[in-house]
Design a protein around this ligand. Sequence first.
Ligand code: UDP
Ligand code: MG
Length: 345
Amino acid sequence: MTLPDASSPALRASAPAARPRLSVVVPFYNEGPNVEALFARLVPVLDTLGLTWEIVCVNDGSRDDTVDRLVAAHGREPRIKVVDLSRNFGKELALTAGLAHARGDAVVPMDADLQHPPEMLAQFIAKWREGFDVVVAVRKARVGQNFKQRAFAKMFYWVFDHLSEVKLPREVGDFRLMDRKVVDVINRMPERTRFMKGIFAWVGFKTASIPYEQGERAAGDTKWGFVKLLRFAIDGLTAFSTFPLRVWSLVGMAVSGFAFVYIVLRLLRTLFFGVDVPGYESLIVSVLFMGGLQLITLGIIGDYLGRVFAEVKGRPLFIVRETHGFDPPPNPAAVTTKVVVEETV
Ligand code: UDP
Ligand code: MG
């Protein structure tokens, strides 16, 4: 199937009616109290845009009544569609599932907690109609974050920018509009480590940005603890940079050069001043130092090896338990990037 050219809206208008112009993708994890509040604000905004729309809600294994509320909302408004995942896969994979199910010519991922103001959609659409493939919302201020979190974010961006193959735009989250052709590229990316910020930056395309004020979380707490955030940062870094792997050959060379000079000095000293037994400190210090260095190196190789292991297993990125409102229902094999069916005996 050839996709209509993004630059010609006339072409797209002739797309089959089943395909909405705009898909809003929302991941939900224990967001029960926010479900109705979100739709109450989002649906009226969508209705004013003057285009066909759908809301793809991904239930990311919530343990509260989120999924019941979503299915009830689907009963009242069929354009609200539900993808129920088999367990909690994490926000990045929930978003991946949502992008795989969205059919719109433009797709907007949005958080369920109303921190992303739906009113921005009109500006997104306006920019899209001007011919931009991606429209990102740039946060003016970080609300609801303390000093430690802000410092951590700052440090992460600094390290990431210096080490990785792509630069992450500052204060840009998942809240953005993407043209169908961008979504198709992202859906085709087979990697299992879905660091969405990096993936979005990596694909490129003609991008416009609009500043916005991020609101407070409507209800409930953020789902990110410090450890989860740290793991996320490390995942992002190792998915988009091989620097931590390569740097050790440089360190090794420097240490060997140093050792060589030291050996020469020690030899000369022994030649001119004879054997000198004391030397325990230098010995233990260098043994410990080298041991530590080797363990770090091994650990980092292990991290990458783990990643390669996850990739070669080729498991589906997410598992859909049930969907509501997708007609025809998506083929589960089609929405997962790679399903290995053959087994070599
Ligand atoms: N989320 C999810 N799976 C998770 C964690 C979060 O689908 O494992 C969703 C959550 O329901 C919300 C969005 O991701 O819609 C952003 O989460 P949160 O508001 O906790 O993150 P923050 O805004 O603090 O970055
Ligand atoms: Mg939030």
